[in-house]
Design a protein around this ligand. Structure first.
Ligand SMILES: [Zn+2]
Length: 213
């Protein structure tokens, strides 16, 4: 992949080695809600508000520990995936609800958080988030029109708007326009996390590419 033909100018070595890890929340955690869902939306988040980078301590392990600690303390807030430039952690199964939007979208969507801290290669993290969204679209047959920002869930619910993911909303790295282009590119190039698609191997990818998203 060259800088010229890829929206996020990805570092191919990192990207091809992105590790997927499952750290499902223990059942003692209040944010392990135990409510089933059929996801038909994918919600894009960033772990914190603001436009700058957070300090490098606010890294993957920081948030991976925080979601469990918060749950053990009784917080019901959670999300399905946390994405960095080199690793993705899943905390909650796709077919289980998570309270990640503050709206009714919590009952039929998958929440993907992304790091913004110093010390990560930010374009690679964006690419991984787009690639994960593309993968989950395939897995759950979700159209790209149902891949939306946290902010959009609030707007659609007539709720007080939250600027999440703020950096994409504000147009950094081309904003959502380029983010959606990246998702399409992942689908076209079949650049997907195939580990996640293991049980849907029978899918006809050609058909998927021909379908209008
Ligand atoms: Zn959010």
């Amino acid at each position: 992949m060259t800088k010229k033909n890829h929206p996020y100018w990805i570092n191919k070595d990192n990207i091809n080695n992105t590790i997927l890890e499952s750290r499902l929340l223990p059942k003692e955690c209040a944010n392990n809600l135990g409510i089933e869902q059929i996801p038909d939306y994918i919600i894009i988040h960033e772990v914190s508000l603001g436009l700058g980078r957070s300090p490098k301590e606010y890294n993957l392990e920081h948030y991976a520990k925080k979601i469990i600690d918060d749950g053990l303390r009784g917080s019901k807030i959670g999300y399905h995936y946390l994405v960095s430039d080199k690793k993705i952690i899943q905390f909650i199964y796709d077919n289980q609800c998570a309270f990640h939007t503050g709206t009714d979208f919590n009952y039929h969507s998958i929440g993907i958080e992304r790091l913004i801290c110093e010390g990560i290669r930010y374009p690679d993290a964006l690419h991984n988030q787009a690639k994960l969204a593309a993968t989950l679209m395939v897995k759950w047959n979700i159209p790209i029109s149902n891949v939306i920002s946290h902010k959009e869930t609030k707007r659609l619910s007539n709720d007080e708007v939250k600027q999440c993911p703020n950096r994409l909303i504000e147009g950094q790295y081309g904003g959502f326009r380029i983010f959606y282009r990246e998702i399409r590119k992942c689908l076209q190039e079949r650049d997907l996390f195939y580990e996640i698609l293991e049980d849907v191997k029978q899918l006809d990818y050609q058909d998927l590419l021909n379908r209008k998203f």
